[in-house]
Design a protein around this ligand. Structure first.
Ligand code: BGC
Length: 353
């Protein structure tokens, strides 16, 4: 047995133990309690999830939405347990003189989404996706940031823990580890005034780097913090041909994925993060992963499946990037699942033929 196989065997054995110990609470259908175990990071507390609605016209005009009400049901039926809702609220806030209050129409849209998610037995993460604005000008956006969380905190006080807050997607640039720790602490304090036990997700700087968890300073006396990581390594594979990355990657194509060495790199990253989670008594959540549509399909499927299974072996919940727009798992135009990707995420999904 080579060392990688041996390593995988150890991980599989640990995972079998974790699943046997926690499956009941992980998928408890009791509805209201997202049971957070303060002592041992419990697997799949959020279960299987998908990122939704970040780039949907719904936010500017409800009538022009791509996301239909029936999708909540379809997502549930496919085997997902939660949604990670990507929110860009700054453009929907009133001015400083009005305390950056969110506009009424925005609340109507948010209510439609949250109510539909909960009605369909999907937990929902409110992910503040203003990562570029916040990272480029933290000080200039500080009040907007804190005001947003104050308003969410007020609004969701009486909601169950099935509504989860995520402080900020992928801090980077000026929000380096030192400054991000200050911003996260301040936002958490605002939330804790009225939501002392709501699950709050926080990730490290450098786009929620899986390798920088040690830079996070989290209050030891708050057990209801989950720690998120994003995984797109190697970028040369997952972001080949993407328009929003550097020139070299933008012009890269035909990169495949799936050698033993590449798989071992995933296991190494995940295993280090798992160890950090155990040592620091934190549940780890993989909030984004996937490979852009321009990568070769077969490798995308292999990669998605491998990252997802490795994540589950660690005992973590996950959220795939994303439902619609790009990296898609659902084809809105043709109103059907992208079966190879769905199958890679949820191999036994009831909606797969
Ligand atoms: C960003 C998306 C991007 C994805 C993968 C997300 O956090 O919001 O715009 O496509 O990461 O790069």
């Amino acid at each position: 047995m080579n060392s990688f196989i041996k390593f995988s065997a150890i991980i599989t054995a640990c995972a079998a133990f974790l699943f046997s110990a926690h499956t009941e609470t992980a998928f408890a259908a009791d509805g209201d309690s997202l049971q957070l175990a303060p002592m041992t990071p419990a697997p799949l507390e959020l279960g299987r999830g998908v990122n939704v609605l970040g780039y949907d016209p719904i936010w500017n005009n409800f009538e022009q939405r791509r996301f239909k009400a029936e999708y909540f049901t379809k997502i549930k039926e496919a085997g997902f347990d939660h949604l990670r809702l990507n929110i860009h609220p700054f453009r929907h806030q009133l001015g400083a003189d009005e305390g950056y209050r969110m506009k009424d129409e925005w609340y109507q849209t948010l209510d439609w989404i949250v109510d539909n998610a909960l009605r369909n037995d999907l937990k929902i993460i409110l992910d503040l996706h203003e990562y570029n604005a916040m990272s480029e000008d933290p000080e200039g956006n500080r009040e907007r940031f804190l005001s947003f969380w104050r308003q969410m905190s007020d609004k969701f006080t009486s909601y169950s823990n099935r509504v989860v807050f995520e402080l900020l997607n992928e801090p980077h640039d000026k929000l380096d580890a030192k400054l991000w720790n200050v911003y996260a602490k301040d936002a958490l304090a605002v939330i804790r005034e009225k939501n002392p036990e709501r699950p709050v997700i926080i990730g490290a700087t450098q786009w929620n780097s899986i390798n920088l968890l040690h830079t996070l300073e989290l209050p030891a006396d708050d057990p209801n913090i989950l720690v998120t990581v994003h995984y797109y390594k190697p970028m040369r594979f997952t972001h080949q041909g993407a328009s929003w990355v550097g020139e070299e990657l933008r012009n890269t194509s035909g990169v495949t994925w799936g050698t033993d060495e590449e798989k071992a790199a995933v296991v190494k990253d995940f295993e280090e993060a798992r160890k950090w989670g155990v040592d620091n008594n934190r549940i780890v959540y993989l909030g984004e992963f996937g490979a852009y549509d321009k990568a070769p399909t077969e490798s995308r499927v292999t990669y998605t499946d491998y990252v997802c299974r490795t994540c589950e072996k660690m005992g973590w919940s996950w959220g795939y990037w994303q439902f619609d727009s790009d990296f898609i798992v659902f084809d809105v135009k043709n109103d059907k699942w992208v079966e190879p990707i769905l199958g890679a995420l949820i191999p036994n999904s009831p909606v797969l033929k």
